[in-house]
Ligand binder design. Sequence first.
Ligand code: DC
Length: 223
Amino acid sequence: MGYSIAIDGPAGAGKSTIARLTAEELGMIYIDTGAMYRAVAYYFVKNGLCAEDEEAARKACKNINIDVTYENGAQQIILNGENITSGLRNEEIGKMASGVAKIGCIREKLVDIQRKLAKKADVIMDGRDIGTRVLPDADIKIYLTAGVAVRAKRRYDELTAKNISCDIKEIEKDIEKRDYEDMHRAISPLKRADDALLIDTSDMSICQVVDKLKTIYGERKNG
Ligand code: DC
C-alpha cells in the first residue's frame, strides 16, 4: 500500500482542482473517482438506460469494463476499450452519475478498481466515500466543503467563461439536489469520516487550500 490522501466533499467544493494540484506538487498520482461514476453514466446515456431499472443495472455491471490510464500525468478513462475522458464533464452525465452512484454492484466494481490503484502508488484520491469506504486507513483524510452559494457562483463562472449561458439560481438548485442525493443514498452516502479534517474553502483561494494540504502532509510525514 502506498501513501494515501483521501479527499471527500460535495460537488463544487474544489476537490478535483485542489487534489490534482496538490498531487502534482507532492509527486503523487491523482485519482478522480467521480470520473469513474461518470463513465458508467456515459454508458447508461449512450445505451438509453435508466439508473432506476435494476435489471439494466445488473446487465450493465457485467458489460462495463473500465480502465484507468495516465497521459502526461492526466487521468484517462477507458470504457470498453474507448477513451471517453473528454465526454464526461457535462451536466447530462453529471446528473446520470448521481443516479448510477446509488447502484450497489456499480459501487462494488468501482471501489475494487480504486483500491487496486491505491495499492500501486502514492495517491491523492477524491470522491464521496474515499475516507469512509474506499480507503478507511488513508494516511490523511480531508473533508472539503464550501457554502452552496459559493459553489454555485464558482460553477457559474466556469460555465460563463466557456460562453455557456446559465442561470445561477438553477445551478444552486441543481447543487442542492445533488448534495441531497449524495448524502441520503442507502449505500456509502457522502459524509465526513470521523477522523477527517474539515476544510471550508468558501473564503479560501485554490493556492491557500493547496498550501494547507501541503502543510498537513509535511506535519504528518514528520510525525
Ligand atoms: O465528483 P463528480 O461530480 O465527478 O461525481 C459524479 C457523481 O458520482 C456524484 O453525483 C457523486 C458520485 N460519486 C460517488 O458517489 N462516489 C465517489 N467516490 C465519487 C463520485
